[in-house]
Design a protein around this ligand. Structure first.
Ligand SMILES: [Zn+2]
Ligand SMILES: [Zn+2]
Length: 649
């Protein structure tokens, strides 16, 4: 049975509303393809599918009632998803043609492409992947029509069981009887699928590539048989595919785990899963960042505190973390059998500092900051270098203030965050405003005010922001700061989050101007987020070539001959006295070799000294990434480099 009933459907006129609000009338039902053609030949060519009342459908689907219609083209997010899903079907068809003994299971679209899980005894080799990709290209050239059919359940089970597709048959057998079962057919390949799909395989185009094969379990359950998952990527155009592959290559070249090893910054090992061993150079970088942040916080009126790491279970129960965050917390027991949790966040500790004595409104806003050492019991599979760890320092702060101070404090946070990001080399920051989630505490009136106050901050500063609807925390709305790195990836780092729940829950009060007791509002705000992760982002953003102020070693003084060794010491001594981080290389290697070695270690400056430089009290300056040399008098070099190396802010 086809989706399109015959033309005998009553010829009732159909009114269609397009995304721009235009209305079109048609004498009777028509397909998505016919609608696209009626709007224009260009759109008909670009059309992949159609959205009927917000639901994506095939171009062949019949529009048989007055409806909101949007034509989906290949550049639209919905279009890209259909292309990727089609690529999965085309891959499955290719696999079945080449390896008839394999069984198909599921194959969805993903963020950058698609995959399909196959059951097959023999492993797919890289050579197999090349063959499969070539066969996919042939299937695209065949331009096979893709058609949708609705089957009844017994027929579908019998069909897939009959062709040896046990997984499909098992799955269909479990679909509730009331649900419609649709299959898509292209060439000899038939797959169970809700769709939508392209009208034919030719529309997929050739901008795809198979990437890898990995193990996966049937329905994600390790007790089930193991399958082979082939990953691919697919894009609307060859240009976008090329750009994606270039980004992958760049990401690989910049991988912070590799650079961390090559630059001797840190390592991770089994004995401390998810926690970092910082080596001298990496810890130097850490301290530079911490010292810079401290200066900025002092200047912005924050007071640094330090809360305990182990806190009693009763506190976590009172804060609500025991109930909602328990599985992410490491638990310890003391000799007197008290249960303690290693803090996964700093907020409850700061509330205890706030309420240690009765506060007055005159103390508000009170901005408590901490480089808080936090631990979260992340599943080992989720860990990834510095980007996802179990033990980390959060550059956290909690601002206790009155309701009237919220907007001014949020403005202060936004300014501080953006200024700090600029100093670290991130100029492209996207702000997202996450508003009330469906499950939340507090009345609508309180939320209305909270959202208005937080939004007023970004609007006062004339900052562009996008809405992240329903993504606020259950206790309040938040601003998220997403940083774009050198290769276009976005990283969410900072958050400014309004909380009108926890202070009351933990009994924080202040005496107001009216002499009465009030509960303060609390802003949670982080700038870098996890310092570990931020360093990972910095390493990849700069590909290890840090700006001078961040470089763990800023300069190497390299001697050309032994005769200059004493002078090299003297030069290094002067630079160190001026506050620079300097190494001396008076080894017996040739100067060209030394320069190469220190360039590979990504030291920003190499200062070359020989007999002539010693006599003239000068040096020859080379900068990382440039072949040029500059002759400078020692005193001038010290003055200039000291200024250049000074941290911003
Ligand atoms: Zn499908
Ligand atoms: Zn907090």
């Amino acid at each position: 049975m086809s989706e399109n009933p015959d033309a005998q459907a009553s010829a009732k006129p159909i009114a269609v509303t397009l995304p721009d609000g235009r209305r079109r009338e048609f004498p009777g039902p028509l397909s998505g393809a016919e609608l696209a053609a009626a709007i224009g030949a260009g759109l008909a060519r670009a059309a992949l599918a159609v959205k009927i009342d917000g639901r994506p459908r095939d171009l062949a689907a019949l529009i048989d009632h007055d409806a909101d219609i949007a034509v989906i083209t290949r550049e639209m997010p919905e279009g890209i998803e259909i292309l990727r899903h089609d690529a999965a079907h085309v891959m499955a068809e290719a696999v079945k043609e080449l390896y008839p003994d394999s069984q198909v299971t599921f194959g969805p679209a993903t963020d950058n492409g698609f995959y399909y899980d196959f059951a097959r005894d023999a492993p797919f080799t890289p050579e197999d992947l090349a063959l499969i990709e070539e066969r996919m290209r042939e299937i695209v050239r065949r331009d096979e029509p893709i058609t949708r059919e609705v089957w009844d359940r017994d027929r579908a089970v019998a069909f897939f069981a009959g062709i040896g597709e046990r997984y499909k048959a098992e799955y269909i057998g479990e679909i509730p009887p009331a649900e419609e079962i649709s299959v898509y057919r292209q060439g000899k390949f038939v797959d169970l699928c809700v769709g939508p799909h392209l009208p034919s395989t030719g529309r997929l185009g050739q901008a795809f590539k198979l990437m890898s094969v990995a193990g996966a379990y049937w329905r994600g359950d390790p007790n089930n048989p193991q399958l082979q998952r082939i990953h691919g990527t697919a894009w609307p155009s060859q240009k976008e595919l090329d750009q994606y592959l270039f980004r992958l290559e760049e990401a690989e070249r910049r991988d912070h785990r590799r650079l961390g090893r090559e630059l001797d910054l840190f390592h991770l090992q089994e004995e401390a899963v998810g926690s970092v061993f910082w080596h001298p150079k990496g810890w130097r970088l850490y301290r530079i960042i911490e010292e810079y942040m401290r200066r900025r916080l002092d200047a912005a009126g924050y007071l640094e505190v330090r809360g305990p790491t182990l806190l009693d279970r009763s506190l976590w129960e009172a804060s609500g973390h025991w109930e909602t965050f328990r599985e992410n917390m490491f638990i310890a027991e003391s000799r007197d059998e008290r249960i303690l949790a290693v803090k996964p966040m700093n907020c409850p500790g700061h509330v205890l500092i706030f309420r240690n004595r009765l506060r007055s409104y005159r103390e508000l806003p009170l901005r408590l900051a901490e480089f808080g050492s936090c631990h979260r019991n992340e599943p080992s599979g989720a860990l990834h270098g510095l980007m996802r760890v179990r033990g980390f320092i959060q550059d956290d702060a909690h601002i206790f203030c009155t309701e009237d101070q919220v907007t001014a404090e949020a403005i202060g946070c936004c300014k501080l965050l953006l200024s700090i990001y600029r100093d670290f080399g991130f100029d492209d920051v996207e702000i997202k405003f996450a508003d009330r989630p469906p499950v939340r505490v507090g009345s609508d009136a309180v939320w209305d005010r909270a959202e208005k106050d937080l939004k007023a901050a970004v609007e006062t500063l004339d900052l562009a922001y996008t809405l992240n609807p329903g993504e606020g925390a259950f206790y309040g709305p938040k601003l998220e700061f997403h940083l774009r790195d050198a290769i276009g990836r976005q990283w969410q780092c900072g958050t400014v989050q309004l909380d009108f729940n926890m202070p009351g829950r933990l009994g924080a009060v202040y005496v107001g101007e009216d002499g009465g007791r009030h509960t303060p509002v609390m802003l949670h705000r982080a700038i870098l987020g996890s310092v570990e992760r931020f360093i990972g982002i910095l390493i990849e953003h700069y590909a290890g070539h840090f700006p001078l102020w961040l470089a763990p070693i800023q300069a190497v003084v390299a001697s050309i001959t032994d005769e200059a060794a004493a002078y090299a010491d003297e030069v290094a001594g002067e630079l160190r006295t001026a506050g620079l981080r300097v190494l001396i290389d008076t080894s017996n290697e040739k100067i060209g070799y030394k320069v190469r070695e220190h360039s590979l270690a990504k030291v920003p400056l190499v200062l070359v000294v020989g007999r002539r430089e010693a006599e003239q009290r000068s040096l020859s300056l080379r900068r990382l990434g440039s072949p040029a040399q500059e002759a400078l008098a020692l005193a001038e070099a010290v003055a200039r480099l000291t200024e250049e190396a000074a941290p911003p802010g």
